[in-house]
Design a protein around this ligand. Structure first.
Ligand code: G3I
Length: 485
């Protein structure tokens, strides 16, 4: 499936309006549902409506295509209409988090969370519950509390029982534990880990099962979309939890990604968790780009959405994709990543972007009407394969107190059946563990060789391996040498 064909924009009509028009024409799902603030649709608009919505396509395939929403936007008709028309699943972006629901001990506030649940019910949508036990957006009475283990268990049980109990039968999947492992692949410091050790995870799941025996229970995190140190740590964790009989049903890979920098092994990663018997979901997908957005960047982003969605829907244990917001207008990305944005499939004016049509096509739709060829934009010159056996490039992708994570991309200059990358650290760094390569150290000299699945590369083809390293204050970029082996 190619995303290189041009896409037509839908002029002044919003995505939701097209869906509404379609529903009126076809008697589809919106015809008999109540959409807050829906505006009348002209006969002309109805006649023009030709495309199925993402929701209709996902329903036909029996998969989840969801979005996160914020209760305070629901009185905007475009927002509500689009959320109802395009998605068969809803997640509270912030309104179900502990600090919102139980800001003071024993004082629960359901106003915003209820509003979203009512919206989903009115529109016959699933709800993915986010989230119960998380170190962030936690009220200070919990985060800074000085609890004995039994006191904290009581606090957790009360929060889980009350929250899940309120929505029993309405919320069928839950992020029970969110982000317990840090970028360094170690358990993250939190009141839960400090007080109960790693058992807080198993205990949370047992409490959640007791609170709603019919709900499916997930662990959820970011930067576990490909095979890397952090996802390896999750793999070991959930395998051990399952072996101990802990009631965990699924893993959410959040999918907060950067356009053009997707891991190459997303499907393989999803598959290995599905092979453990877990349901996998992409729970918070957004793919940010460096602003300003150009047509070329949006087309790359569309290919990235296509890659992620295909990776999920190709694995029978992957039940669907949830995007982290209805529209670029309210995405969390620009507030948290300076200079980046436009991360969602629907733009700030509720217009479908190439990424929308990419999802459409992956879900079995026609991918939208085809444009005349897009206007020429300057393109990067084609890159020549490297001269010699291969080249290797080095990128530090995360850094913390005493550690870092780096990725090395090997690009073949001729057909290879094996490769070796060597370098010397000059600032006292070291490698602690690696993936997708076999790495050995001799003092500051490092040698990385391919593993079985990534040694064979044809000329111009690339593969990436990664590692977690240690440092004493300096994280440099070493000179790499690459040779066939
Ligand atoms: O509610 C206050 C408001 O009163 C205040 O005026 C305003 C000023 O900045 O802040 C508001 O709170 C913001 C909150 O979102 C609600 O909008 C916080 O500053 C802001 O930091 C917070 O960001 C949320 C973030 O989680 C917090 O960690 C994002 O909206 C939300 O999209 C994001 O979602 C997380 C998932 O829950 C877990 N996975 C990662 C994902 C992205 O970070």
């Amino acid at each position: 499936m190619s995303m290189t064909k041009g896409r037509r924009h839908l002029g002044h009509r919003t995505v939701g309006a097209v869906a509404l028009a379609l529903a009126l024409v076809t008697g589809g799902f919106l015809a008999d549902t109540h959409v807050r603030g829906a505006t009348p649709v002209s006969a002309e608009e109805a006649a023009q409506a030709q495309q199925a919505t993402l929701r209709e396509l996902a329903d036909q395939r029996g998969v989840r295509m969801g979005t996160a929403i914020a209760s305070h936007h629901l009185n905007q008709s475009d927002y509500a209409r689009t959320a109802a028309a395009e998605f068969n699943s809803i997640t509270h972006e912030n309104d179900l988090k502990w600090e919102t629901v139980q800001p003071q001990q024993g004082q629960f506030n359901w106003t915003n969370a209820d509003r979203i649940v009512e919206f989903a019910e009115q529109n016959d949508q699933m709800i993915h519950g986010h989230t119960l036990v998380w170190h962030s957006q936690l009220p200070s009475w919990v985060a800074d509390g000085n609890f004995t283990p039994d006191q904290l268990r009581g606090v957790m049980r009360d929060h889980i029982n009350t929250t899940m109990g309120r929505y029993r039968g309405q919320i069928d999947t839950w992020d029970v534990v969110n982000e317990p492992i840090g970028d360094d692949a170690r358990f993250r410091d939190s009141v839960f880990h400090r007080t109960l050790g790693v058992d807080f995870i198993a205990e949370s799941f047992r409490m959640a099962r007791a609170a709603d025996p019919n709900a499916r229970l997930f662990i959820n995190d970011y930067n576990i979309d490909g095979i890397n140190a952090k996802s390896n740590a999750y793999y070991d964790l959930v395998r051990d939890l399952l072996a101990q009989g802990v009631p965990i049903d699924g893993i959410g890979m959040q999918g907060h990604l950067i356009s053009g920098q997707l891991p190459s092994d997303i499907q393989q990663n999803i598959q290995r968790f599905a092979d453990l018997g877990l349901e996998v979901m992409i729970t918070e997908l957004d793919i940010r780009i460096q602003m300003p957005a150009t047509q070329q960047k949006l087309e790359q982003q569309a290919r990235d959405y296509e890659t992620v969605a295909n990776a999920c829907y190709a694995v029978s244990g992957c039940s669907g994709v949830i995007v982290w917001g209805v529209t670029d207008a309210y995405s969390w990305v620009p507030d948290h990543f300076s200079g980046e944005g436009a991360a969602l499939p629907i733009d700030e004016n509720y217009q479908p972007k190439p990424a929308y049509w990419a999802l459409h096509e992956v879900l079995g739709g026609d991918g939208g009407p085809v444009d005349p060829p897009p206007t020429e934009e300057p393109t990067d010159p084609p890159t020549d394969p490297p001269v010699g056996d291969c080249e290797a490039s080095y990128q530090v992708v995360g850094e913390w107190n005493d550690g870092f994570q780096a990725e090395v991309t090997v690009t073949a200059g001729s057909n290879l059946t094996g490769w070796t990358v060597t370098w010397s650290f000059t600032g006292g760094e070291g490698v602690s563990h690696a993936w997708n390569a076999s790495v050995s150290s001799s003092g500051s000299n490092i040698t990385a060789t391919n593993v079985a699945h990534n040694g064979t590369l044809s000329s111009g083809q690339s593969t990436t391996f990664g590692f977690v390293g240690t440092h004493n204050g300096t994280v440099g970029t070493p000179q790499l040498t690459c040779a066939s082996s």
